[in-house]
Design a protein around this ligand. Structure first.
Ligand SMILES: [Zn+2]
Length: 400
């Protein structure tokens, strides 16, 4: 069994002004306590317990956590703001009807129960697991966003099944004649489509967010003019808005990709893009255009999302070398150049969408994938190495 930890960020439901003011005041008080500890020499700090802060109205469990946090912060000289935090024993989730509420005693000897806002079904599932103790609860933090909304950050850890048993059905209904140990969905993250995933039998799913390029270009334009006008505050706000959009789309893609893998009982294979920025060159003109720039999408984040969502669902994820995945023919393995979206094999005359072919190659990767047609492949291969500066041997030569 593997263990996954998550942090749920849930807003309080209709938190009244009175409570919000109290949270703010107690956070300031808590920060003062932490700072008064930081002023003392390190050897003396360890001796303090919540009893020494009896005059403060914050509950002892919260104070204990503050003492632990200040002791752990060896390099910090002064906290600007230390959120209120309590360990796993200081909070409880209670469900009444359809409402989830959080119970904790922020003041000494007084318990409070505040309902939570829940927007996602997956959060509800996790909270149910916390109630039935299938998931272990960690710490609780009270945190205020820049917009002034109060959230509770609940850290939760739970066991997930080991991700190595995937039998793979070619379709949802039909089982393969001979049982295969693994079937893989290949996922190609590309320029034309943000992601293309295809099943071993060829069925594919394309993720395209229509005008995402225009949106990025629009943001780039606004960024430039803001930079010129030196409006840095607005610039920062714009950047975080753009980042949120990207994160949201990555959540959607990763969720649907993992669901596809669950539905067809397959593993997920991604191309290893860790070296791609260093090794593959791009023209300056393309690079300066936000819609064309290869760094334009946060693939790394997408990868992280896929990894953790797959782990929760018990789906294995593998990374395979990225070189030549979009240039090799997915039918016969010879290497051809793609013409924008379309791919045509000169040898076996297969024609298909270039990104689909890449995702097939990734899914079917065996270490050495297909037979290389030397007389045709080699010169083309050479030229393409110089052109796009691929860093590794083509797929056909990679051995495990
Ligand atoms: Zn071919």
């Amino acid at each position: 069994m593997a263990t996954t930890s998550l942090t749920l960020k849930l807003p309080f439901l209709k938190l009244n002004q009175c409570k919000a003011v109290e949270f703010e005041r107690l956070t300031a008080l808590n920060t003062d306590v932490a700072n008064s500890l930081l002023e003392m020499p390190k050897e003396e700090r360890n001796k303090y317990t919540s009893k020494d802060f009896r005059h403060i109205e914050i509950g002892s469990m919260w104070i204990n956590q503050t003492i632990r946090n200040s002791n752990a912060a060896t390099k910090v000289k002064h906290f600007r703001r230390l959120p209120l935090e309590v360990n796993n024993q200081g909070w409880k989730i209670i469900k009444t009807g359809e409402t989830y509420s959080l119970s904790f005693s922020l003041y000494r000897g007084r318990k409070k129960r505040i309902p939570l806002e829940i927007h996602q079904a997956s959060h509800q599932e996790i909270l149910d697991k916390v109630i039935t103790r299938e998931a272990k609860q960690g710490s609780l933090k009270l945190w205020k966003s820049k917009k002034g909304i109060w959230y509770c950050l609940l850290s939760v850890s739970m066991d997930v099944p080991d991700a190595n048993q995937v039998n793979g059905h070619l379709t949802g209904l039909r089982k393969p004649q001979t049982p295969c140990p693994h079937q893989w969905i290949g996922a190609d993250r590309g320029q034309n489509h943000l992601c293309v995933a295809s099943l071993p039998d060829g069925m594919a799913k394309f993720w395209t967010f229509g005008n995402i390029r225009q949106i990025r270009r629009k943001y780039q334009k606004q960024r430039k003019s803001l930079q010129k006008a030196k409006k840095f505050k607005t610039l920062k706000r714009l950047e975080s808005k753009e980042r949120r959009t990207i994160t949201h789309i990555n959540h959607i893609i990763s969720k649907q990709l993992v669901q596809l893998a669950v539905d067809y009982d397959c593993g997920i294979r991604l191309e290893d893009l860790s070296n791609i920025r260093k090794t593959s060159k791009q023209r300056k003109k393309n690079k300066s255009d936000a819609g064309q720039n290869r760094d334009f999408w946060c693939y790394h984040q997408l990868e992280n999302f896929v990894f953790y969502k797959a782990q929760l669902a018990g789906i294995p994820v593998e990374k395979v070398p990225a070189a030549f995945t979009s240039k090799s023919c997915s039918k016969c393995g010879s290497i051809n150049n793609r013409n924008k979206h379309s791919y045509r094999c000169k040898r076996c005359h297969a024609r298909h969408h270039a990104d689909w072919g890449a995702s097939q190659n990734i899914g079917k990767w065996l270490g050495l994938s297909c037979s290389l047609v030397l007389e045709k492949g080699a010169p083309v291969m050479d030229a393409s190495v110089q052109e796009s500066g691929a860093y590794e041997a083509p797929l056909n030569q990679v051995r495990v």
